[in-house]
Design a protein around this ligand. Structure first.
Ligand SMILES: NC(=O)c1ccc[n+]([C@@H]2O[C@H](COP(=O)([O-])OP(=O)(O)OC[C@H]3O[C@@H](n4cnc5c(N)ncnc54)[C@H](OP(=O)(O)O)[C@@H]3O)[C@@H](O)[C@H]2O)c1
Length: 423
């Protein structure tokens, strides 16, 4: 099978190395040999230095997209355009397409799958979520016999690395981010990871694959980790929790959201540290299970892409069924329920605690845990974990708390636990 690569960066290098090192194994498993014929690059001179001599380099996408000898196009250039146009052209030209591009798959999966089906080719995107973890194939084949009730994912290695090492090294977010960038666990511009957008894209893809549900990016609530402090990580630990950036997807009610979450230390997801990703799934037949692995890196991502190549090689040439997505009516974040961790810095004087608990009970919020620490001579810190409460009640309470003269700093509020009870 002849392959054209769009892009020759980290992931492309991983693919080339797996195809070279494991070619005998791949041939034995598929009866096919895979040959990367050409690669699209921007700068031919720069690419020449790292490309194998057998690989034809081109700066013209049409040399790949219009080449009748190429069976499979692998898009590993990233970004939205021109990658999206190239993917569409490749499908229209009856080439199978493999992509690692989460932004494109999150926003265009149904139309691209339809286009693939109309042209009787495959569009595969195992590498677009959780790198080396075969989560797409697990959901589409391994757990296809199940109705999936819920999934909880640590889907972003950068933020997981940062949160893990803030706790281990007892340092604040900016210092750990710098180290992560030095070690290659964070991009020079980490905004997409830190803001929760990267995890939101991946959750949208999983919503399509696990629940056959289309979710628009503008409808999904996501929140990043840039406000998490070492202090909150430490207090959470004292209370028996770890803070993780969690992607949550479930039905009845339909909830898809991404935010930092205090996870009980006893839960398997709490043990997923550093750059590792994990997805905890509850299916009606299989029950609870968890997949763990590396969410990024040239070889783990290359492993996922080569698994897509194998799927193409093994799929008999017949029409591939296309399942139309339904459109989800998401519960707005204000209508969802959660326990909450709240940290308040307050004036250390008589009556402050009563005022605060008074405001909480006005919104029918009761407390599961509370402790107070003296911070300086005149200020104290109050840390609370509430029982389950609707988000809208919590929002009102925080708005009422902020205006109290006794509140010295903006309250820190983080959701707690994996369950989403409805009342
Ligand atoms: N890295 C990972 O661990 C990982 C994990 C999962 C998914 N992914 C996804 O995989 C894709 C590739 O990631 P990567 O880390 O390999 O990126 P990368 O190292 O930046 O490589 C991208 C390559 O594409 C080329 N390119 C970009 N735009 C181009 C254009 N318009 N025309 C021609 N060539 C173009 C770049 O050329 P220049 O060098 O000239 O800019 C570079 O060679 C992205 O969609 C990413 O989100 C990556």
């Amino acid at each position: 099978m002849k392959i054209g690569l769009l892009g020759l960066g980290n992931v492309a290098e991983g693919i080339l190395s797996i195809l070279k090192d494991n070619h005998k194994l791949l041939q034995a498993r598929t009866g096919e040999s895979f040959e990367v014929k050409s690669a699209l690059v921007r700068n031919l001179e720069k690419a020449q230095e790292k490309a194998p001599s057998s690989l034809k380099l081109t700066a013209q996408a049409s040399d790949i997209l219009e080449d009748p000898k190429i069976d499979i196009v692998i898009e590993v250039m990233g970004g939205e355009e021109p990658a999206l146009t190239y993917i569409k052209t490749a499908l229209k030209n009856k080439k199978h397409v493999i992509t690692a591009n989460k932004a494109i798959i999150a926003q265009h999966r149904p139309e691209l799958l339809k286009l693939a089906q109309e042209n009787n080719v495959q569009l595969l995107f195992e590498a677009s979520v959780a790198g080396g973890i075969p989560i797409i194939r697990t959901l589409t084949i391994g757990y296809a016999a199940n109705h999936i009730h819920s999934l909880y994912g640590i889907l972003n290695g950068t933020t997981n690395y940062i949160l893990t090492n803030m706790e281990r090294e007892e340092k604040e977010y900016p210092q750990i981010l710098k180290n992560a960038q030095k070690l290659g666990f964070a991009e020079a511009d980490p905004t997409m990871d830190i803001s929760g957008l990267d995890a939101a894209y991946k959750l949208i893809i999983l919503a399509g694959v696990a629940f056959h549900t289309t979710i628009n990016l503008e409808d999904i609530y996501y929140e990043g980790i840039d406000n998490i402090t070492l202090k909150d990580i430490t207090y959470a630990k004292d209370l028996g929790y770890k803070i993780k950036l969690l992607a949550i997807g479930k039905t009845n009610p339909t909830i898809f959201k991404v935010h930092p979450t205090l996870i009980p230390i006893s839960h398997p997801l709490a043990g997923i540290d550093n750059e590792f990703n994990a997805i905890f799934i509850d299916g009606n037949a299989v029950g609870e299970s968890m997949l763990v692995g590396k969410g990024a890196g040239a070889l783990p991502t290359g492993s996922a892409i080569v698994s897509d190549l194998i799927e193409i090689a093994l799929t008999p040439k017949k029409q591939i069924p296309f399942i139309e997505d339904k459109t989800a009516k998401l519960s707005p974040i204000e209508k969802t329920y959660s326990q909450f961790y709240i940290r308040l810095t307050v004036a250390d004087k008589v009556g402050t605690l009563e005022k605060i608990t008074g405001l909480l009970s006005k919104q029918t919020i009761s407390l599961s845990k509370l402790f107070q620490k003296e911070k300086t001579k005149n200020t104290a810190e109050i840390v609370m974990i509430t029982h389950v409460v609707q988000e809208s009640h919590m929002k009102t309470t925080i708005a009422n708390l902020i205006v109290l003269p006794e509140i010295i700093e903006a309250p820190v509020v983080i959701r707690v636990g994996l369950e989403e009870p409805t009342a």
